[in-house]
Design a protein around this ligand. Sequence first.
Ligand code: MRU
Length: 360
Amino acid sequence: MTIEQQHTQGWLQSVRWNSLEDHLDLLDQRRLPEDIVYLQLTTSEQVWDAIKQLAVRGAPAIGIAAAFGVYLGVRKFSGSREALLAEIIRQCDYLATSRPTAVNLFWALDRMKARAQALLGGTAEPVGVDAVKQALLDEARAIQAEDEETCRLIGEHALSLFEDGMGVLTHCNAGGLATARYGTATAPMYLAKEKGMSLKVFADETRPVLQGARLTAFELQQAGIDVTLICDNMAGAVMSKGWIQAVIVGTDRVAANGDVANKIGTYSVAVLAKAHGIPFYVACPMSTIDLNTPTGADIPIEERHEDEITQGFGKRTAPQGVKVYNPAFDVTPNEYVTAIITEKGIIRAPYAENLKKLFA
Ligand code: MRU
């Protein structure tokens, strides 16, 4: 399907492999909602930069883009099989330095590495360098295709928790733009629409980079879903009016004990939800669950440049020289999480036990 065809059907693909021209088309999410511009990426350095600068963002989409980045990093390689394996590992290690919090990035790079190791690490029937490069491209495409299916399944499970006419609040963008398609937190919203159910979505604008306003409100509106934009500091007021029956957000990493890292401000929403007796759901693929990270305190939280707060979008809104603290994510302790919704089903407390069972 072409970009134009997708657009007329009400969705935009954030990452597209262009097989005719052998490059990556990446929707520049920094320019939304005003401009729909695809960057043409031909090197792994450009992919690293696009992840760092938030041209592509959202945990699954970062992983997908990085996987294609590995292929771009080695597609012009010529040399021995041993040197190719070393170069693939170097490219993966390099791309892993782009952002620290979303574990999907490391998950996707590990998967690319494993594919290369399986083909190059002393197989009985040696595979040629060109075939390995093709296998890397195929793997990146598979990661993307599987994510679309995964998000749809998440949506099916999540929708079983929702009823027609419910008010649902979300924070940041865990939407189609952050994944291969459908999103995680937004997947039940798209599926509800397909099934003729109506949900009333409230999107927090999500300071400081406004993923909620620029991206979630944009993509839901494009899809004809009932969405109302609010400032982050209005969530409590909207809940107290009785307009919200569920909160659903995405996540960048779920620790083994069920603590959840997501966009800064998520923790405040979770506390507000608990105070109002509103269920707080977290939707994510299994690839976002990191059993090697014991608790939320062990999740590395990215800190970003102060300009995002003092002069976001080019207008200075704070005094010169003021001290700034700008963490991109916060951790919601597991006791605030009503359920974690994955492609394999709905997981509830005790999370340490039930998350482990999920992978067993
Ligand atoms: O800084 P961002 O825009 O990459 O942060 C994105 C989020 O926090 C999302 O909620 C999360 O990655 C889940 S996306 C399905």
